[in-house]
Design a protein around this ligand. Structure first.
Ligand code: C6P
Length: 421
């Protein structure tokens, strides 16, 4: 194994008591001017920024260890394989999964959900079966189900969501019957910020013999997740929303389900033996990992998780909630500002519209003042349609944001408003 350069040893970074100001120093990208203003990065639901140790872990891998995994008969290949499989164990520990082989690498949350739809759905769904998803899901937790349902003669139905962005559990209860095979819900809505009661939804699904998939894309960056406590059958997330690199995702699955599911991509690594008489598949997790994986990405994600391990995550979560409350108070004082997503339990996502202003125009004017937000339907068109709006402006906070960032957002908003209304 190569020596870790001293500069990024996570043991050197100690954040015993949470301080956003101190944590910000670990994220080089935050310290720049954009359009002549210090950057205020409030697009964390789209992707989180990467701490120096993640950037260095990836760079170090390419500088010292780059090789293909599982194949080589040489030292670099052994090092790469050890780091890559070590990263899988890091993710398993992070999610409290029973075993590392229950962690599959994918390209992102999107591919993780597609994998379940194609591998589990193709083998298990039958005509008349029902898949339930909430009305506020991201498209990646709707469309894969629609695709496989069309192929198998099943249906995809929306669990109602009310005007605050809260799932109607009574309606879900009425929808559940023995034809429901899968309930797939987001842990946190990317468009509204709602934190869904996923443990309860999993229990309700299991009570009628259905499986439950949780889309954790927007949850993992905010608090530690325990897949055994949730008892979900599948849990999906993307590394890039957890301070890791883009291009890598994770799918956790229960062992007996993963063992029983056929693979959906064929190629190298996923096989045990290949002949023209017939091919047999590799054991878990490799059965689902055809081709050369994103080795550097996995190493970067492990570095991100190690970094989070040095933080006071309870303190970080409290800080994010305080930012949200502060922003909500400031929003209430802006005439014509309407919050979209006002559920009782919310992650630090502030979605809103300003009367008479198109979200895209507002986003552009905020950017000109150095404030980065996302605008549009946030890949959650059904819930936008339900609310009769084309989209929203979304400011999403991470633990490295400050109260000053919130002040800058609202100062920029007031200024933008003068041009637009
Ligand atoms: N949401 C956002 O700005 P990928 O693209 O595969 O890494 O993640 C897809 C995805 C799935 N579920 C939820 C709840 C998500 O928020 C996302 C990605 C980004 O909100 C990009 S659309």
């Amino acid at each position: 194994m190569s020596e870790e350069p001293a500069v990024y040893k996570v043991s050197d970074i100690h954040h015993q008591t949470f301080s956003a100001e101190r944590v910000r120093r670990d994220f080089p990208i935050l310290h720049q001017q954009v359009n002549g203003h210090p950057l205020v990065y409030l697009d964390n639901a789209a992707t989180t920024q990467k701490p120096e140790c993640v950037i260095q872990a990836i760079s170090d891998y390419y500088r010292h260890d780059n090789s293909n995994v599982h194949r080589g008969a040489h030292t670099l290949a052994d090092r790469a394989t050890a780091k890559f499989e070590g990263a899988r164990t890091t993710v398993a520990t992070f999610l409290n999964a029973p075993a590392a082989k229950q962690i599959l690498w994918t390209r992102g949350t999107t591919e993780s959900i597609n994998l379940v739809a194609m591998c589990w759905g193709r083998s298990q769904l039958h005509p008349g079966d029902r898949v339930l998803v909430s009305a506020m899901e991201h498209h990646s937790n709707i469309v894969p189900w629609q695709m496989i349902a069309a192929e198998k003669g099943a249906t995809v139905e929306a669990i109602p969501v009310d005007s605050t962005g809260t799932i109607n559990l009574a309606a879900l209860n009425n929808m559940l019957d023995s034809n429901v095979c899968m309930v797939a819900v987001g842990h946190v809505s990317n468009a509204l910020g709602t934190i869904n009661p996923v443990a309860q939804i999993v229990q309700m699904a299991h009570a009628v013999g259905a499986l439950a998939l949780v889309d954790g894309a927007q949850a993992v960056g905010h608090w530690p997740v325990d897949v055994q406590a949730l008892d979900c059958d599948f849990y999906a997330f993307s590394a890039h929303k957890l301070f890791g690199p883009t291009g890598l995702g994770v799918l956790y699955g229960k062992l007996e389900l993963l063992e029983a599911m056929p693979p959906y991509q064929g190629g190298g690594e996923m096989i045990e033996s290949v002949s023209f008489a017939g091919t047999t598949y590799n054991q878990l997790p490799y059965k689902f990992e055809a081709g050369t994986p994103d080795i550097a990405g996995a190493i970067g994600l492990a570095a991100a998780i190690d970094y989070l391990g040095t933080l006071d995550r309870v303190g970080a979560a409290k800080h994010e909630q305080a930012l949200l409350e502060y922003a909500q108070k400031k929003a209430a004082a802006v005439p014509g500002l309407r919050l979209v997503g006002t559920a009782a339990h919310k992650a630090s996502v502030l979605s809103f519209n300003l009367e008479g202003v198109h979200p895209a125009d507002l986003g552009t004017l905020l950017d000109q003042q150095g404030v980065a937000v996302r605008t549009g339907n946030h890949c959650a068109q059904p819930i936008m349609d339900q609310y009769g709006i084309p989209g929203t402006v979304r400011a999403s906070f991470s633990f490295y944001n400050t109260f000053d960032d919130v002040d800058r957002l609202f100062a920029a908003l007031v200024k933008a408003r003068q041009f637009l209304v």
